[in-house]
Design a protein around this ligand. Structure first.
Ligand SMILES: [Fe+2]
Length: 364
């Protein structure tokens, strides 16, 4: 891992301050354009500890009980994702060592629920003490909304930083299948930890528009919250390649105190023709056994009907070639969920015309 370069910090309040706005836009342009990420303060996102505590409690339930919330029929976009399910495209079939919960923090349009039933599905919540009095669901939606709001403020700044109308990205994000995820990275056994070849999450880029990471925490083998057991474990992000660093630089994703991380996803890369590049990131496990890690991520998406293709100011022969053919975001999500092992490959059969059987039966 190389020394961390200067990742810019953006104070969202500065975007409303005429004296400070230009500096904030410059920080976004540099952060997203060069590094693929910024640190964000003035974000208004509350503590994650209560949610993490409750999800730890859920994860300690017997597997058979958790299986009630396994929604493979929804491509795991709601409810519980069992360990060894999701895999990064470059991982060669090795799934990530994690279990997750997915829920949407924003309202979903009925029309889109019919068109894309899995990614716009209604939320499911655990029964019993984890969600006693509905507190888990309420706090989950509240934190998700706060992260979403911070994301939208940042997206306004991102558009202005590129010389686009302020609402450009917020408009395409309206009605998107935004999803807030809790993650628990699983304890490794001695062999997995010692060999150091096991990653909690293989390196990948996110397929959505913008990802907000409110910060995670480690648990020692007794289950107590503790500082990272070594300098190498946790979230690392790879910066954009440069002449000086042709493979980019791996940067520790720990944000400064009080900040969250915002990183560019594939959809923002496509819409900007690569001016903002999706950020590769990896979750490395500690070199000692028995440790686990809690974290969370909010994924801002675009509306399922958005065509993913460079917007007019970013079109040239190179970007047209790099991002063709244009694809509908709802279709793109389906294809990507198949690629990462969350949707079955047969789901691709939903694409195209579905009513050939009518002709077949008419001809009979
Ligand atoms: Fe990710």
């Amino acid at each position: 891992m190389s020394a961390s370069p200067e990742i810019p910090t953006v104070n969202l309040d500065d975007l409303r301050d005429p004296q400070k706005k230009a500096g904030a836009l410059e920080a976004i342009a540099k952060g997203f354009g060069v590094y693929g990420l910024v640190y964000v303060k003035g974000h208004g996102v509350g503590t994650m500890n209560d949610l993490y505590d409750r999800f730890v409690s859920f994860c300690s339930r017997p597997t058979a009980e958790k299986e009630r919330y396994n929604r493979s029929d929804l491509f795991y976009q709601r409810g519980w994702t069992p360990p060894n399910t999701e895999k990064a495209v470059v991982a060669g079939g090795q799934p990530d060592f994690k279990e997750c919960w997915f829920a949407a923090p924003t309202p979903l349009s009925r029309e889109l629920q019919i068109q894309f039933p899995e990614v716009y599905a209604d939320n499911v919540w655990p029964d019993g003490d984890v969600n006693a009095d509905g507190v888990f669901a309420r706090v989950y939606e509240e934190r998700g909304k706060q992260l979403h709001e911070a994301g939208l403020r940042l997206l306004r700044g991102a558009a202005e930083a590129l010389g686009l109308p302020e609402a450009t990205f917020v408009d395409v994000a309206e009605g998107g299948p935004h999803v807030f995820r809790l993650l628990r990275y699983l304890p490794l056994d001695a062999e997995q930890a010692r060999e150091k070849k096991v990653l909690w999450g293989e390196e990948h880029t996110d397929f959505n528009l913008l990802t907000l990471l409110p910060g995670g925490r480690f648990h020692d083998p007794s289950g107590a919250v503790a500082k990272a057991p070594d300098a190498e474990s946790g979230l690392y992000l790879r910066t954009r390649p440069s002449a000086e660093h042709p493979n980019g630089q791996l940067v520790r994703g720990t944000a400064p105190e009080g900040c969250i991380v915002a990183q560019v996803g594939q959809m923002l890369e496509m819409l900007t023709g690569g001016t903002f590049l999706a950020t590769p990131h990896v979750i490395t496990a500690p070199g000692v056994p028995g440790w686990s890690r809690m974290s969370a991520a909010h994924f801002v998406h675009v509306h399922g009907h958005t065509v993913l293709f460079p917007m007019p100011p970013f079109r040239n022969e190179e970007t047209l070639r790099a991002y063709s053919p244009p694809v509908l975001a709802g279709t793109y999500a389906l294809k990507t969920l198949v690629d990462i092992g969350l949707a079955p490959v047969e789901a691709l059969g939903q694409l195209g015309y579905r009513h050939y059987d009518r002709l077949a039966s008419t001809r009979r």
